[in-house]
Write a protein that binds this ligand. Structure first.
Ligand code: KIV
Ligand code: ZN
Length: 516
């Protein structure tokens, strides 16, 4: 058995299923390029049949990525599989990932199909997919809650039809490490042609055990592919976190005796990019990528670290890409220095007009803030590409605000609505509330606010504030992200960005698992 684990990243598909984490084409391409720098083996770029937007995004990722396999999810039917194959046309190496539920509950309630019908459909779909691509993955959705005998029959049959990867998801995060590992091992032992496929694990984190379950699937079960997302992004409690898996395999090589090809120094840049684009802030105590993951505050620990870092450190911050916030540019930096920095950060901007727009934003920021860090540049590029793609129907212009202890704050916001400039004043419980109320005086969106959060993108009070606003309307949930040294302005920008997403119906997507 191989001692190499395939890292299959599904940030752009399963991660995107988190409420509001929906990404635009450009955002997906930027993340995919970073995943390629990270050297993930497979990038699941989306679910082509879910929307025209996702189809286009997968096509763009397929064209942009050269080294990793690009994959699209598909329900196990001809139409979805054809759509996945079409979206992947430009890929250097492509994979079609077909899934069908196999648990008694899912078959009866969601699919309304008998087990024999499911078996037939699984076989038919893989046969069909094999005419379109060589690399085919089959996932038995809710596999961990499926009956062993039936699952063995399905898996044996789809391997015979040509599936080269078999994925056994713990779709609802119900498994525990030993039991999940044994489950995979039993399947591999009982399925007669099990050696003809790579076995894969895909765990959800509802009980906080996704990483442990995935590692057990590898160690006990003999799986050799792990499906995971950056920062553990995903629906409900999320998916298996890529950074934790990779660092567990590396740090405990003595135990796992397995390798993967990931370039760990790209982990933190990937984490920051995904967090910024999706608006899902990483908790400070999150393993590997949390702001405190390598911070030693206790005097005893610091003393130990100074004498010998191994006393309290099992990994080195720099190995996973943590660097001290470095001032990279300032007010006097020119366009060439700015372009060079984009290049060094691996940010590819194809259109000269987008470089100009980003440079204008950079100059405006440098007027407000003397020191510009990499994080600021990443934020500028996110805003520039979001603006280019969403068309910025609503665009922030300016804000003035008054608040005084004991008085109700007032805010006046000026922004563009289509081609017109609009301005409105309102009061609120606080300055942020007043500003968003002022916007609503004009827009009257009727959207419900689900979340508001503020985060400093670098350290210290000179940092830009990064605000996430999550809105819900008509069954759609969107996140808007805004950055500015003034957190009230950042809040207004975030709110307008969320309104832009609601305004663009092409961004509506189908959730893979919510449909039969
Ligand atoms: O959790 C799950 O079952 C999935 C499959 C579609 C692979 O995401
Ligand atoms: Zn999943």
């Amino acid at each position: 058995m191989s001692d190499r684990v395939i890292i299959f990243d599904t940030t752009l598909r399963d991660g995107e299923q988190s409420p509001g984490a929906s990404m635009t084409k450009d955002e997906k391409v930027r993340i995919a390029r970073q995943l390629e720098r990270l050297k993930v083996d497979v990038i699941e770029a989306g679910f082509a049949a879910s929307s025209e937007g996702d189809f286009q995004a997968i096509s763009a990722v397929a064209a942009a990525v050269k080294d990793s396999i690009v994959c699209s999810l598909a329900r196990a039917n001809d139409k979805d599989i054809t759509r996945a194959s079409d979206a992947l046309k430009a890929a250097n190496a492509k994979r079609i990932h077909a899934f069908l539920a196999t648990s008694p509950l899912h078959m009866a309630v969601k699919l309304r199909m008998s087990p024999e019908e499911v078996l037939e459909q699984a076989k038919r779909s893989i046969r069909f997919a094999r005419n379109l691509a060589e690399d085919i993955e089959f996932s038995a959705e809710d596999g961990y809650r499926s009956e062993m005998d039936f699952l063995c029959r399905v898996v044996e049959a789809v391997i015979k039809e040509g599936a080269s990867t078999i994925n056994i998801p713990d779709t609802v995060g119900y498994a525990t490490p030993e039991l999940y590992g044994e489950f995979i091992k039993t399947l591999r032992t009982r399925v007669p042609n099990s050696d003809k496929a790579v076995w894969s694990v895909h765990c959800h984190n509802d009980l906080g055990m996704a990483v442990a379950n995935s590692l057990a699937g590898v160690k006990i079960g003999g799986a050799r592919q792990i499906e995971c997302t950056i920062n553990g992004l995903g629906e409900r409690a999320g998916n298996t976190a890529l950074e934790e898996i990779v660092m567990a395999l590396r740090t405990r090589k003595d135990y796992f005796n397995l390798a993967c090809d990931i370039d760990a120094s790209q982990i933190v840049p990937a984490s920051k990019m995904v967090s910024h684009i999706t608006g899902f802030v990483v908790q400070p105590n999150k393993a590997v990528v949390g702001a405190n993951a390598f911070a030693h505050t206790s005097g005893i620990h610091q003393d130990g670290i100074l004498k010998n870092r191994e006393t309290y450190e099992i990994m080195r911050a720099e190995d996973v890409g943590w660097t001290a916030n470095k001032i990279v540019l300032g007010k006097l930096s020119g366009r060439n220095a700015f372009k060079q920095r984009l290049h060094d950060l691996g940010i590819v901007v194809e259109a000269e007009a987008d470089v100009n727009e980003a440079f204008t934003r950079f100059k405006a920021l440098a007027d407000q803030k003397s020191e510009i860090f990499d994080e600021d540049i990443i934020a500028i590029m996110s805003e520039t590409s979001a603006a280019a793609e969403e068309g910025e129907f609503y665009k922030f212009i300016s804000l003035s605000q008054h608040s005084e202890t004991g008085e109700r704050p007032k805010s006046k916001v000026t922004f563009r609505v289509g081609n017109k400039e609009a301005s409105s004043e309102a009061e609120g419980n606080g300055p942020v509330d007043a500003s968003l109320n002022a916007i609503e005086e004009i827009v009257r969106s009727g959207a419900e606010q689900l979340l508001y959060s503020v985060n400093a993108i670098t350290s210290g009070t000179q940092s830009q504030g990064e605000v996430t606003v999550r809105l819900s309307k008509g069954g759609r949930i969107v996140n808007g992200v805004g950055t500015d040294p003034d957190i009230i302005a950042a809040s207004a920008k975030a709110y307008l960005s969320a309104l832009n997403k609601l305004h663009d119906p092409s961004q509506a997507k189908l959730n893979a698992q919510m449909t039969p």
